[in-house]
Ligand binder design. Structure first.
Ligand code: GSH
Length: 209
């Protein structure tokens, strides 16, 4: 059976849990990471010396990086509806996934770690946090404009794909954290659209930021 290593409250672990729920894929999960057993533990280091969660083990194959994991699992289970085979449709999915670990995530990190998790590297770093709010908001405005233009309802059009998983996690975190935000009507509509999916309510919009 698929094994998932990582705490169920981590934004990147939740992406994998969300996909498993979408696919009705059974798995076993072990808590590792902040608040649980540390990933510096030799037992975890033997699985992944990177020391970050999530990590999966599938029939002896070990893989880290949440976006790579969700693409792998969708392909492994032949879910071309979630991760298209068509070259251009797939490239569009990957473009959003790349955004979700680059521009879409850059501002999120100082804002989340400084205002919410309050980790020592970020707490009180007002300039960095304010830059994060500015950059993150700018990115969410791009997403809003794109959804308004395409009509969505998902980031790649009519159908839900694995691209919506990283984007949906970022949107939940942006809307949940408290700071001044502009109106983002298309993003709000997208949030409600994702929330029609039980898997998102379970692992995305589940009360966690
Ligand atoms: N790029 C990685 C980032 C992984 C990451 O930063 N994971 C966080 C949890 S969401 C982590 O391991 N934090 C350290 C910890 O929990 O000990 C991915 O997408 O999987």
């Amino acid at each position: 059976m698929l094994k998932i290593y990582g705490r169920a409250d981590g934004i990147n672990v939740r992406k994998v849990l969300w996909l498993c729920e979408e696919m009705s894929l059974p798995y076993e999960r072990e808590d590792w990471g902040r608040g649980y057993r540390p990933t510096s533990d030799p037992e975890f280091q033997r699985i992944s010396h990177f020391g970050l969660v999530p990590v999966i083990e599938d029939d002896g194959f070990i893989l880290r990086e949440s976006n790579a994991i969700i693409r792998y699992l969708a392909r492994r289970h032949a879910r071309a509806d979630l991760y298209p085979e068509d070259l251009r449709a797939r490239a569009s999915v990957e473009a959003w996934m790349d955004w979700g670990v680059s521009d879409g995530f850059a501002g999120l990190r100082p804002v989340f770690l400084g205002l919410h998790a309050k980790t020592p590297e970020f707490v009180g770093k007002t300039e960095l946090i304010n830059w994060g709010i500015w950059h993150w908001t700018r990115q969410l405005q791009r997403l809003d404009a794109d959804l308004a233009r395409s009509g969505g309802p998902y980031v790649c059009g009519a159908n839900f794909t694995v691209a919506d998983i990283p984007v949906g996690m970022i949107v939940n975190r942006y809307l949940k954290l408290e700071f001044e935000k502009p109106e983002l009507p298309a993003v709000e509509r997208y949030y409600e659209q994702l929330s029609t999916r039980p898997a998102y309510r379970l692992h995305g919009r589940n009360g966690l930021v």
